[in-house]
Design a protein around this ligand. Structure first.
Ligand code: ATP
Ligand code: MG
Length: 281
């Protein structure tokens, strides 16, 4: 059923299911330019009726995204219902799970693009607050096994952490920075560095959710006992992740330092590392 309703120049068509607190639809944006009709796929995010109390925060996320522009940040066109560009290849976590073999240089490209979006936000003094592989959308797949470049866009942060219930916050362990659990209303730039570290871990672990299967109590214990995610055998990568996931926010690296370190991660180190492993008998 095309066009359940038309709002301004947006039309809603099929349902794509639920997000956190949202209902998600695919739709179309219709523009008349030079007397011609142009139709673009869009994604519509509507706040779920059960969460109308989060309206202000939802509106804030949509209006933030519509006011800033960067090649690695998702375009948001409209804010009553959040109308975003539709990204055909979908979210990065699902892609990694589906794809199986993804080259190291492809993953490094994704990491560098996310770091460049973070750097942009840091310069504008904007904290995102919900960085994870699910919120990275693949605008171009590239050739994941051959290493030809992907192109990612960071999606909107959704409802502000201060509005979320304790259980939702705990469920976001290990993406949410530990200090946020103490004071979700005081979001600092450093908390995105922690989430960046967790997202890097996901990226290099096939889109697996870190700490999957742990109940909320055990997730909380993970932070209370200052645990770290299992470290990669690629020492330089493991080191970058652990710098980002430092329990002391002040010790986390700047975006510049993250970018510098990513640039010095040479995929050949990874290849040599694997070649040096004893062959299985
Ligand atoms: P949160 O605020 O926690 O991020 P959300 O409401 O943004 O929640 P998600 O779980 O992030 O919802 O998104 C649900 C699914 O919708 C994603 O897994 C992805 O497959 C799809 N999706 C989200 N945004 C887009 C988009 N712009 N284009 C295409 N698919 C999208
Ligand atoms: Mg999202």
């Amino acid at each position: 059923v095309y066009s359940l309703y038309c709002m301004y120049n947006f039309c809603q068509s099929e349902s794509l299911g639920q997000g956190s607190f949202t209902r998600i639809f695919k739709g179309s944006k219709i523009d008349i330019r030079d007397g011609e009709r142009h139709v673009t796929d869009v994604l519509l995010k509507e706040l779920d009726a059960n969460h109308k109390n989060c309206w202000e925060s939802f509106f804030e996320a949509a209006s933030l995204m519509s006011q800033i522009s960067h090649k690695h940040l998702l375009l948001v066109y409209g804010i009553n219902v959040m109308v975003q560009e539709f990204i055909k290849c979908g979210a990065l976590d699902l892609f990694l799970k589906r794809e199986g073999s993804v080259s190291v240089s492809w993953k490094l490209d994704v990491a560098k693009q996310l770091a460049s979006a973070l750097n942009f936000l840091e310069e504008k003094n904007i904290t995102h607050g919900n960085i994870c592989a699910k919120n990275l959308l693949l605008a171009r797949e590239g050739d994941a096994s051959q290493g030809s470049s992907p192109f990612i866009k960071l999606s909107d942060p959704g409802i502000n952490l201060a509005m979320l219930g304790r259980d939702v916050l705990l469920d976001r362990i290990p993406w949410v920075a530990p200090e946020v659990l103490e004071a979700p209303e005081r979001l600092e730039l450093e908390c995105d560095k922690w989430s960046f570290g967790a997202t890097l871990w996901e990226l290099f672990n096939g889109g697996q959710a870190p700490l999957q299967g742990l109940d909320l109590e055990r997730k909380l214990q993970f932070y209370e006992t200052y645990k770290q995610l299992p470290s990669s055998e690629w020492t330089e990568l493991a080191d970058l992740i652990s710098q980002c996931m430092n329990y002391q926010p002040a010790f986390r690296p700047s975006c510049r330092s993250i970018i510098r370190q990513l640039n010095s991660l040479i995929t050949s180190d990874y290849v040599i590392l694997h070649a040096a492993e004893p062959l299985p008998d």
